[in-house]
Design a protein around this ligand. Structure first.
Ligand code: SME
Length: 157
């Protein structure tokens, strides 16, 4: 697959539909997890131009910053802390329309306004999370949840 991403215009769903097979292509034949997480973060950032998109990986019972696109971020998050740590604890995707209203939200940047966090699950255990931050309120909905969950399932963990 060529390394150039084809950027789609149109509805959010159309954008994800165009991106999904391209992400599949990017991941095909590459076994290295960090390389794959880096490319998924890059592809999502390029298509949607979100403020921050990246991964945290569970290491020694903490989430540790992994490949991402965007401004520098907090490196370690404990289970149950912030949106990422809560998604890990609850083992489910969390959509936060207004981060200021989420108790315990960890503000890596004051520009971040809404957020979605999708757990990465291997053999029924959360091994990391995909975190996406937007600088607008109410950026994420069920469409994002459905497609981002599909995208993380493409990654061999
Ligand atoms: N806001 C996240 C922390 C990670 S940064 O946004 C990149 C949280 O509350 O878990």
């Amino acid at each position: 697959m060529s390394e150039d991403l084809l950027i789609a215009k149109g509805s959010k769903q159309e954008q994800y539909e165009s991106l999904l097979p391209q992400i599949k292509g990017l991941l095909e034949g590459e076994p290295d997890l960090i390389a794959n997480l880096a490319n998924v973060a890059g592809a999502l950032k390029e298509q949607f131009n979100w403020f921050w998109v990246g991964f945290y990986l569970v290491k020694n019972d903490e989430l540790v910053l992994g490949p991402f696109q965007g401004p520098v971020a907090c490196t370690r998050i404990k289970k149950g802390r912030g949106v990422c740590g809560t998604s890990w604890q609850q083992e489910k995707t969390l959509i936060v329309d207004d981060v200021e209203k989420f108790p315990g939200h960890i503000a890596c940047s004051s520009l971040s306004k809404s957020e979605i966090v999708v757990p990465l699950i291997k053999d029924k255990i959360v091994v990391g999370v995909l975190d996406v931050d937007s600088d607008s309120l109410n950026s994420f909905d069920e469409t994002d949840k459905n497609y981002l969950e599909k995208i993380v399932q493409l990654i061999s963990l």
